[in-house]
Design a protein around this ligand. Sequence first.
Ligand SMILES: [Zn+2]
Length: 302
Amino acid sequence: MTELPDRRLLLVHAHPDDESINNGATMARYAAEGAHVTLVTCTLGEEGEVIPSELAHLAPDRDGGLGPHRIGELTAAMKELGVTDHRFLGGPGRFRDSGMMGVEQNHRAGAFWSADVDEAAEHLVQVIREVRPQVLVTYDPHGGYGHPDHIQAHRVAMRAAELAAEAAFRRDLGDPWAIAKIYWNRVPRPAAEDGFARLRATLPRLPFTESATVDDVPGVVDESVITTEIDGTAYTAAKAAAMRAHATQIEVAEPWFVLSNQLAQPLFTTEYYELVRGERPETRETDLFAGIVTGRGEAGMR
Ligand SMILES: [Zn+2]
């Protein structure tokens, strides 16, 4: 793999749709700028609720089939974002959606939540050593909002980053690679509060009747935690189109959207991050690759 672009970004997500909601603008921006953007999705999202009534038969408590259907939605979303390298962890269907915390599906055979972290991480080590990303984006340790698959995606991504760099670990999976910068998805509380204030003012004129609250937004933190913000204003349309492609999960009326709970949320086009590996910047970064030297073939090695 000597033909890879200089800048390489890897994102690890739990279900199809998480990437577009959290990082759609970021992914579209870096893809448009010629960076290699790789998305690894850990499950097919088989346990998701289905919004459109004409597709209700796909639900896990009806005929099923939501997993394969969501592969199609994700493929369409990646087309909107201009991302061509998309994979499922261990291949499609290797790990199953675990459902919300506390349900019996958490412990079903094949559930991602029940997977051994090291074993799941090995699949990702192989991707890391192949793509050699300088930047990894995933969730915080709480998975943003406590969904078992999001927590597990965080654990697997962080563990894989560690193992991929270990010289003695599984050389059959490729040469060691140390990821220079790791980010967690975040939303600063003031930006979230602003968004909801605007939403409430607009609500009477929207197709949606009720508003979610700041507490429904994953990864909300104090402003001081944020190290990096990506202004994706130029990619608003791409992000909205990618979210809309996940039609079983999201209804979009720009600049707002709802999930299956029908509670409206702001569609953020500036996306925020907390740098957790790499030198913490003195002022807020506006580029995930800030400080990374590329173009010498050894980019990102430390
Ligand atoms: Zn999810």
